[in-house]
Design a protein around this ligand. Structure first.
Ligand code: NAD
Length: 501
């Protein structure tokens, strides 16, 4: 997609004519909450409310789950001929691409990320995910096992039924698409609960599914707060699985809710504290620095795999910091998210801004050196902005090195070589991703083997495609998105033994 001709005026004009879909989407139609309750969604760049969104709870979740179950049982989607289902999902993917501008604007206004990040990252990521999983539909296989001639034993792989999808606000559309792809491809019905901070794109997404030929009742959206609508969905006795992306804290709650209700499956994609290791033998320090800067400040640092702990070998440490400081100033310009030259927008809400600023205070008090940033620039005081921030002299035991800040705050930790680096990198409760920069192939392999993370990059950061698995170790959770393995998380196996004797 060529996105070079977009201007700030274009996006602002387009924003003025935007229609907000504020109600739940159940059984192919928009419905308000039974009690007409609502909550506000606010533009974090201006602090101004955008819309009042229907606030769902148990009644709306009950309704959506019943509709989803009915659709599942009817077979209208779950037993649709595979290539017909594939055609619907392919059209769905194409329609997301055709509606890129509107979807990009909705998420950008709602949660503050630069609209051009939506056009260049989130939209292509969503389109590709839906297309990839559409393409798998008639390749999902069971198995026939070797048995005595007196029996035939085969294994069927079948959809689960009703899947509840609960997503966060940092990539509202893309996180939904990553889960809708495998959930729908395998024939499940879905109730999607978007984050309350970023509800605007979900209705349009569900509408596009219908426009693509998807049957009503298969993809439903219920808006609401996590502790109301999300909890009601996770505790529901007729939901077969919760697919979750969000914080580790809430991921743990969902496992409890499953135990308190019907032992539904729960897959979790949670927090991270990703280490980026730079060893002295790597001969292109500028490239490593560029990736390191982009790895922490991209998407305002509101990324599960934000490379927030940068572990630099002591002999190149000072040089690295100089270059890192320069490159940040070149690459990251705070601004209006609708201006194509903006590379860093506001954080998602004023309360999240407060939380991130509080971590910056903690870093100061812990004795780390604040190299740059740390504040809110005057010209952006109406929005939830935080400057790109760097702490050096950080020790891995500090709170700023241990807890997920989820904002544009980097920490640089000096290390004594590969052994020290791996030990520090693994000293975290999280295990999503990790990267290393080295020309020494033995060190690279050693790192890949010993690092406790689900995603490993060597001499790059955040590279991958739909064949690469997305998911973590430890308290990042057990989910696997994007890859073929994701299909197994939305299906169950059934053993069929036929006596031929
Ligand atoms: P969050 O956990 O606060 O909320 C995520 C979703 O859960 C929202 O829809 C929210 O309404 C819902 N929720 C909250 N409380 C709930 C409850 N008691 N019961 C049911 N649902 C509930 O997370 P967030 O602040 O929206 O997102 C940021 C987090 O997401 C970070 O920790 C980040 O690392 C993580 N994340 C992980 C990945 C990954 O792939 N591992 C990707 C993106 C974001």
């Amino acid at each position: 997609m060529d996105t070079s001709s977009y201007t700030r005026d274009f996006w602002h004009a387009r924003a003025k004519s935007l229609k907000f879909r504020v109600n739940h989407f159940i059984d192919g139609a928009y419905v308000p909450s039974a009690d007409c309750r609502s909550f506000a969604t606010v533009n974090p760049a201006t602090g101004q409310p955008l819309a009042q969104i229907a606030r769902g709870g148990m009644p709306e979740i009950d309704h959506a789950v019943a509709v989803a179950r009915k659709a599942f049982k009817s077979g209208v989607w779950s037993r649709m001929e595979p290539r017909a289902r594939m055609a619907v999902l392919e059209r769905f993917s194409a329609l997301v691409e055709a509606n890129a501008e509107e979807l990009a604007l909705l998420d950008s206004l709602d949660m503050g990320k630069p609209v051009m990040d939506m056009m260049n990252i989130d939209i292509p990521g969503s389109v590709t995910s839906l297309k990839f999983f559409a393409e798998t539909i008639d390749k999902i296989e069971g198995a026939v096992t070797s048995t005595a001639v007196t029996a035939l034993h085969y294994i069927l792989r079948q959809p689960l039924g009703v899947v509840g999808i609960i997503v966060p606000w940092n990539y509202p559309l893309m996180m939904a698409a990553w889960k809708l792809g495998p959930a729908l491809a395998t024939g499940n019905s879905v109730v999607l609960k978007p984050a309350e901070q970023s509800p605007l794109s979900a209705g349009l997404l569900a509408e596009l599914f219908i426009e693509a030929g998807g049957p009503a009742g298969v993809l439903n959206v219920v808006h609401g707060l996590g502790e109301e609508a999300g909890k009601a969905l996770a505790l529901h006795h007729d939901v077969d699985k919760i697919a979750f992306t969000g914080s580790t804290e809430v991921g743990k709650l969902l496992m409890i809710y499953a135990g308190q209700s019907n032992m539904k499956r729960v897959t979790t994609e949670c927090g991270g504290k990703t280490p980026q290791i730079v060893l002295a033998d790597y001969d292109d320090l500028d490239t490593a620095v560029t990736y390191a800067v982009n790895g922490i400040y991209g998407n305002q640092g509101e990324v599960c795999n934000a490379g927030s702990r940068i572990l630099v070998e002591k002999t190149i440490h000072d040089d690295f910091i100089e270059r890192f400081t320069m490159r940040t100033a070149q690459n990251f310009v705070l601004g209006d998210p609708l201006d194509p030259s903006t590379t860093i927008g506001p954080l998602v809400t004023a309360s999240h801004q407060k939380r991130v600023l509080n971590y910056i205070d903690i870093g100061r008090k812990e004795g780390a050196a604040l190299r740059f940033g740390g504040g809110v620039p005057n010209s952006f005081s109406a929005g939830a902005y935080v400057e790109p921030t760097l702490f050096t002299g950080v020790d891995n035991s500090m709170q700023i090195a241990r807890e997920e800040i989820f904002g544009p705050v980097a920490t640089i930790i000096p290390v004594d070589g590969i052994d020290d680096a791996i030990e520090i990198a693994n000293d975290t409760v999280y295990g999503l991703a990790a990267s290393i920069w080295t020309r020494d192939v033995a060190k690279a392999h050693r790192f890949a083997r010993d690092i406790e993370a689900g995603v490993v990059w060597v001499n790059c950061f955040d590279h991958g495609d739909m064949t690469s698995i997305w998911g973590g170790f430890k308290q990042t959770g057990n989910g696997r998105d994007k890859c073929l393995e994701a299909l197994t998380q939305y299906t169950q196996t059934k053993s069929v033994w036929i006596n031929l004797g």
